[in-house]
Ligand binder design. Sequence first.
Ligand SMILES: *[C@@H]1O[C@H](CO)[C@@H](O)[C@H](O)[C@H]1NC(C)=O
Ligand SMILES: *[C@@H]1O[C@H](CO)[C@@H](O)[C@H](O)[C@H]1NC(C)=O
Length: 259
Amino acid sequence: MMITFLGISIATLILAVDCYGDSCLSGINHKAMPGPEPGMRACKLYSQSSCCFSNYTEQLAVAPVTKVQNTYWNRCGQLSSRCEEYMKKIDCFYHCSPHTFNWIHPNNSHSVLAVPICQGFCDDWFTACRDDLTCTRNWISDWEWDDHGNNCRNECIPYHQMYKDGKDLCVNMWGATFKVISCPCHCLMMDDDDNNMIQYLIHQRRTPAPVEVLHREPMKAPFCQRRQTDLLERRERAKTKKESWHGSHLSTLKSGRCF
Ligand SMILES: *[C@@H]1O[C@H](CO)[C@@H](O)[C@H](O)[C@H]1NC(C)=O
Ligand SMILES: *[C@@H]1O[C@H](CO)[C@@H](O)[C@H](O)[C@H]1NC(C)=O
């Protein structure tokens, strides 16, 4: 009895340690460990537990943002404010999120690999940036670097020509950073609900459950229901405005078969 008890305690302990993976990536602006940063001027989503120092966010708290670290954001002209919002969300996630360590790249500790991002987020991002201009399909590999920072190698074209759709944008703009997930309950939206989602995802990764349980369980969580409701409302709005809709979301959603 005692031994079983101890076994469970140790398992719980390992799980807990693994769960929070109390570490940050090792980029030049990353802290060693996440911690509170009450003075953040941007990226406030992560202020309770942040992998960036609050002073990092000062350059993101100006309008418009023209340059972050040594990278100009305006090489094809100033981004629209709504497009810029998405650039900021991604930048904040990479530098400040306490969760990136869960997806650390096996070959370099300053990158992440295949972070699950929601199709809905990608679609919104694409819509926001549609008519903005860009010259780089991949912001990690396609710039020409010199003393003046990043320079275009190619001509500036609208996002909607550079990328086919939201998915194409998400899986190319930041190299292999993201993978796109259509089920809204198993992916990041870069919002408050991500915390809950990630706890669930990590728990699931550590304790493989029977397939049926996996399919049903997250659907009942409040954060997931909020996201489902949001998706349903979007579908209705798209229908009213006669916009295209990625219908497959809905059938997977309704059947609860997200994986
Ligand atoms: C930002 O703040 C941290 C911690 O207070 C400090 O170590 C770092 O040098 C600061 N960076 C800049 C660019 O001021
Ligand atoms: C990591 O490096 C190994 C050896 O070079 C390579 O085979 C593997 O594909 C790399 N992994 C990723 C995700 O790039």
